[in-house]
Design a protein around this ligand. Sequence first.
Ligand SMILES: *[C@@H]1O[C@H](CO)[C@@H](O)[C@H](O)[C@H]1NC(C)=O
Ligand SMILES: *[C@@H]1O[C@H](CO)[C@@H](O)[C@H](O)[C@H]1NC(C)=O
Ligand SMILES: *[C@@H]1O[C@H](CO)[C@@H](O)[C@H](O)[C@H]1NC(C)=O
Ligand SMILES: *[C@@H]1O[C@H](CO)[C@@H](O)[C@H](O)[C@H]1NC(C)=O
Ligand SMILES: *[C@@H]1O[C@H](CO)[C@@H](O)[C@H](O)[C@H]1NC(C)=O
Ligand SMILES: *[C@@H]1O[C@H](CO)[C@@H](O)[C@H](O)[C@H]1NC(C)=O
Ligand SMILES: *[C@@H]1O[C@H](CO)[C@@H](O)[C@H](O)[C@H]1NC(C)=O
Length: 435
Amino acid sequence: MRAPARALLVVFATTCLSISIATDTIDHAASITGNQTLISAGGIFRLGFYNPPGSSDARAYLGIWYAGIPVQTVVWVANRRSPVVSSPGVLKLSPDGRLVIVDGRNTTVWSSAAPTRNITTKVTAQLLDDGNFVLSSDGSGSSQSVAWQSFDYPTDTMLPGMKLGVDLKKGIARNITSCRSPTDPSPGAYTFKLVMGGLPEFFLFRGPERIYASGPWNGVVLTGVQNLNAEGYTFMVVSNADETYYAYYVSDPSALSRLILDGATGQLQSYVWGNGAWSSYWYHPSDPCDSYYKCGAFGFGVCEVGQPPKCSCLPGFKPRSPEQWEQRGWSGGCTRSANLSCGSGDGFWPVNRMKLPEATEATVRPDMTLAECRQLCLGNCSCRAYAAANISGGISHGCVIWGVDLLDMRQYPVVVQDVYIRLARSEIDALNAAG
Ligand SMILES: *[C@@H]1O[C@H](CO)[C@@H](O)[C@H](O)[C@H]1NC(C)=O
Ligand SMILES: *[C@@H]1O[C@H](CO)[C@@H](O)[C@H](O)[C@H]1NC(C)=O
Ligand SMILES: *[C@@H]1O[C@H](CO)[C@@H](O)[C@H](O)[C@H]1NC(C)=O
Ligand SMILES: *[C@@H]1O[C@H](CO)[C@@H](O)[C@H](O)[C@H]1NC(C)=O
Ligand SMILES: *[C@@H]1O[C@H](CO)[C@@H](O)[C@H](O)[C@H]1NC(C)=O
Ligand SMILES: *[C@@H]1O[C@H](CO)[C@@H](O)[C@H](O)[C@H]1NC(C)=O
Ligand SMILES: *[C@@H]1O[C@H](CO)[C@@H](O)[C@H](O)[C@H]1NC(C)=O
């Protein structure tokens, strides 16, 4: 990290709309007021008060946007719930180490969460070239000195290097939440976030309702997202005792890339800047088979090019209500063709071109082998399926068992991972006989 420049509060005379302070940093004695902005060292991002386009009333928000592109694209908003209505807004650092926005009447409209480290009189807040606004407790800018950062409090946008997920040490859970409209950055209907449970999995919510899931992370892929590794773009899911998160990176540092949760469509959309415009290169949910729990318990979605989307039942299962199923009423799901014996008579049938069943309620045993996993499942009548918890490097590690109904699956044309479905012996024999 760069050593921060001192806040000089030298103001450029400019004919532009905003007046840049010649720095990327404020300290305890400095502030930014009204049209002043900070600009990151490499000129990538700008921070200041802005008025959303088309909002005629004087609502000002403290935001971060790209400095070098003509379309103002805001990637972070501090006070999305509480705009400054009595201008000018002022951002300053309070003695207790919080960033504070006061309005023209000196009323505090927003303040950041309490700093996670004791701050000194050398405290600074610096806008970095990755778009992160970082409070450094001693002004050193070192990673040990970070006492608060905007990346921990995302708005509706993920930038490369941001983490979406849970940090147990810091006690924070980061989500992205859509904006109400292009003219109103206050929280809209949609949120995308990690749900902790058996295997890491990310869910899109509309209000309290789950509408899309990434599929469980199996150490290699989010099993419900195809082609997440695009050219020049890498993603990762990290899960350890301290934190679980999704993050992505771009290999070309000059490429501008962002992932937003769009408030109009409720879609996660990935954008890159090029030829004077943002272009979208993927979005999710992307087809009807992405709809959460579309096919009910033990059913799975089939979306094939040129075919109408439909649901099917897992091998050894049949529609719970054949009449409704015939009418494309899939939500009733599927039921076993033959009851389990719950003894050693049961067996397993592998399926492998599937988004893994939702695994937030599944049980994970990281140290078990697949053979031990099978025994654990077989010995417990409520176990419906098992699989390796992690297939990193093409090797099965650990065990996940589903003691709950299998939900939210869909079929893919390619192999994802083996999932072993528990069936009665008679069904296994019938499936084997059918070839
Ligand atoms: C500040 O911005 C407002 C509108 O955003 C503009 O009317 C005003 O002239 C600007 N002031 C300066 C000093 O640039
Ligand atoms: C604004 O309020 C703070 C305390 O809330 C006070 O210390 C400060 O003097 C006030 N500033 C102005 C310009 O009134
Ligand atoms: C802050 O300082 C106090 C004593 O001055 C100390 O007890 C506390 O552990 C410090 N907190 C952090 C987060 O370093
Ligand atoms: C998203 O995170 C914010 C804090 O950044 C929190 O206030 C909000 O409740 C979270 N929303 C959901 C739906 O979890
Ligand atoms: C999956 O296994 C790999 C290789 O052993 C390991 O590095 C990684 O941390 C594991 N992932 C999870 C989520 O346990
Ligand atoms: C399975 O068991 C239930 C009762 O537990 C029974 O009502 C049902 O008829 C059985 N189904 C078959 C196919 O034997
Ligand atoms: C059987 O599995 C269920 C669900 O995973 C679990 O709650 C229960 O404790 C298990 N029973 C035994 C005896 O292991």
